[in-house]
Design a protein around this ligand. Sequence first.
Ligand code: UDP
Length: 472
Amino acid sequence: MERPHIFMLPSPGMGHFIPLIELAKILASHHRVSATILVPTTGSGHLTPAQKPFLDSLPNGINYLLLPPVELDDVVDDARFEVRVLLLMSRSIPFVRDAMAGCRISAFVADPFGIDAFEIAKEFGIPSYLYFPASATSLVFFLHLPDLDGSVFGEFGDLPSPVLLPGCAPLHGKDLLDSVQDRKNEAYQWILHLSKKARVLPDGIMLNSFAMLEPGPIRALLQEKLPGPTAIYPIGPVIQSGSVKEVDRVEREECLTWLDDQPDGSVLFISFGSGGTLSYDQHTELALGLEKCDYIRFIWVIRIPNCKSSNRPLLSPKCDHNPLEFLPRGFVERTKARGMVMNWWAPQIDILSHRSTGGFLTHCGWNSTLEAIVHGVPLIGWPLYAEQKMNAMMLHETLEIALMPQADPVSGLTDNEEIARVVKDLMEGEDGKRVRHRIKDLSEATKKFNSEDGDSTKLLAQVILKWGDYNN
Ligand code: UDP
């Protein structure tokens, strides 16, 4: 059989970009599939500092093509992240067509923000596969959104009772994806549009989750008649195989050397994903809370605080300001014996897989969640944006692998006392022991799924067989 060659279109947010690249690497290394990655650009048409190292280190068999830049100058300053990304993607579609014309392509793979490009694949008669880089629960919700849109009046957040979806734990309206929280916002219209297209355009959906993690929603996706494609492949967990060494090489080396010197399981890693930021007040409370933890060691990836928690820039640009300026005066000095702050980006996979790391305070992005599960690191859930509240609820209530700090119901702030309490509880308390046990068990189980004859590997092989059929 001729080696399949696929085209992939990742959207630029790193939470979608990284897992698509990782999928390409698995396809190339274990399944003899080659890939061309189409990279949408804006502004000067260059890669972002976060994207560049990932693309510069692609293995043989995978190449990339920068699409010509599109203008986003007309987008209003306060447009939501999703709107910016979706405009970038939709304005890049003519370039996707140009790139694909005349090429021999076995399949076209995109994440949910690239669904509109499946129309182009259809024009060329190429099978299209959605790569869903979030949970099975989110996928069930996404495929049901057109129905919910017709049956729910008012805002989801005001619903008196939880939303019930096949196979899923009851979902409180206020915990749903944040882009559906304001139905008058353009972002909601975009997500609704994508969810309608997701039901009809893809030939199959590859889902970055696995049956042991989400048995209910995955069973519902595979066995019940849900709206949308019937060919659904839970091929997860697909995670970063190793940190990209070119990102801030010196800081990376310093961080790993520092970790080497710490006792086993003693370090709390704190990171809010590729773009998450805290409000100034929340950032300060976190710093004061860490100070109150006396001797607990930590690595904290810090960013410039925002006017409110959760805002994030379009493509996670590295900021020119020094985030250290926003920490309480003397914080670094007072904690230097046991803490390390990193500016903007950390080698997350190296940290999570290091023997010294014993906890992860995370925004519950799906990739961070899977990375922590694979490496067996217990969690403190601190959701900020996108579908992270849904993820946090699952980690805390269903899987019981995360502790959750309580925020003040009026100010929304989690104060330093509460932060210190939950950090100590995770790192040395009884609750911490319990969640550590549970996540270690889950981590063991993931090895089975990703092994050579594991379910995820077999499912991916099934998808590739279909691409091979098309090829011949
Ligand atoms: N990441 C990293 N270093 C950082 C921040 C993030 O390597 O300092 C990686 C992280 O390992 C994960 C991805 O960026 O693979 C973030 O994806 P996630 O879904 O967790 O969150 P998002 O960025 O989409 O909010």
